[in-house]
Write a protein that binds this ligand. Structure first.
Ligand code: FES
Length: 123
């Protein structure tokens, strides 16, 4: 066992070699379900417990969304970063935890680290 494995505040999630971009892994740490996403912007961890009514947020699809660009045109963006809750469709950016339209509604997020090609959540 390496020194990293012995640290109480790091919880192993998945080997990087088994974790492709677009995938996510759900883990339970002390009764808290957390999903770690491998997004185009790297690894990000977010609570699976939807702040709306407690739905299983990370069972929803991970996609992009339509945004308005500087010219006032609508375009598809943020591919692989937006999760939609399967219960009522609330959408959150998994890289920040923020609701797409109400930044004061945010999912808890968690720090992710990589040591020796293994992805960890810092708890
Ligand atoms: S419980 Fe997630 S949108 Fe309602």
């Amino acid at each position: 066992m390496s020194k990293v494995d012995e640290r109480e505040d790091l919880h192993p999630v998945v080997a990087e070699a088994e974790f492709e971009t677009g995938d996510h892994v759900l883990v339970d740490i002390e009764g808290i379900e957390i999903a770690v996403y491998n997004t185009p912007d790297g690894y990000h961890a977010i609570s699976n417990y939807c702040i709306h009514q407690g739905g299983p947020l990370c069972e929803g699809p991970i996609e992009g969304t339509v945004v308005e660009n500087e010219a006032g045109e609508l375009e598809y963006d943020h591919e692989g970063k937006i999760v939609s809750c399967p219960w009522h469709g609330w959408e959150f950016d998994v890289t920040t935890g923020e609701h797409l339209y109400r930044s004061d509604y945010s999912q808890p997020t968690f720090d992710v680290e990589v040591h020796d090609e293994v992805v960890y959540i810092r708890w």
